[in-house]
Design a protein around this ligand. Structure first.
Ligand SMILES: [Cu+2]
Ligand SMILES: [Zn+2]
Length: 180
């Protein structure tokens, strides 16, 4: 009888210890969760195009806010590309669109699309484009994170359907996505 009581206590202590130990790694993990990232866009091939893109985790998705300057008026393809490398003069080092699940190129509101498809920036007569939307595919954490990928702005319009990249033309600005 005494032994049985002892065994029950030992089991209870072991269970408590296991629960407690289990709570420690999740606290550590929460500390490492990225909630905001920024890409500072630098001009490519002397385009003069520059700006900033912020990615902020919000209830319901990832809020993307961009302000880009010195564009030609009109639409400009706007994507997250697969490599966080803007070093080439034409930003070819950034590779293709970020596409971790092998989907087809499309628009940002299409359920089937590259994760990096953000559609178009629309520049006004002064060359300024403001972009603000909440995305439900892109994430800052886990295997599909956009951290250490790059944001590219194109010279032309993304038609949201041509494969593999919307026929948006040259790359006029590039910035690596960095956690804040
Ligand atoms: Cu692109
Ligand atoms: Zn795409």
């Amino acid at each position: 009888m005494k032994f049985a009581n002892l065994l029950t206590s030992a089991l209870a202590i072991a269970a408590f210890a296991a629960m407690h130990a289990g709570s420690l790694p999740s606290t550590e993990k929460a500390k490492d969760t990225v909630v905001k990232a920024v890409a500072v866009l630098e001009p490519k091939d002397d385009s003069g195009v520059e700006g900033t893109v912020t990615f902020t985790t919000e209830h319901g998705g990832l809020r993307i806010v961009a302000d880009v300057y010195n564009l030609t008026p009109g639409k400009h393809g706007f994507h997250v590309h697969e490599h966080g490398d803007c070093s080439a003069h034409d930003a070819s080092s950034a590779g293709g669109h970020f596409n971790p699940h092998n989907k087809k190129h499309a628009g940002p509101d299409d359920p089937e699309r590259h994760a990096g498809d953000m559609g178009n920036l629309v520049a006004d007569a002064s060359g300024h484009a403001h972009y603000d939307r909440v995305d439900d595919i892109m994430v800052l954490n886990g295997p599909d994170t956009i951290i250490d990928k790059s944001v590219i702005v194109h010279a032309g319009e993304d038609d949201l359907k041509s494969q593999p990249s919307g026929n948006a033309g040259a790359r006029v600005a590039c910035g690596v996505v960095e956690a804040e």
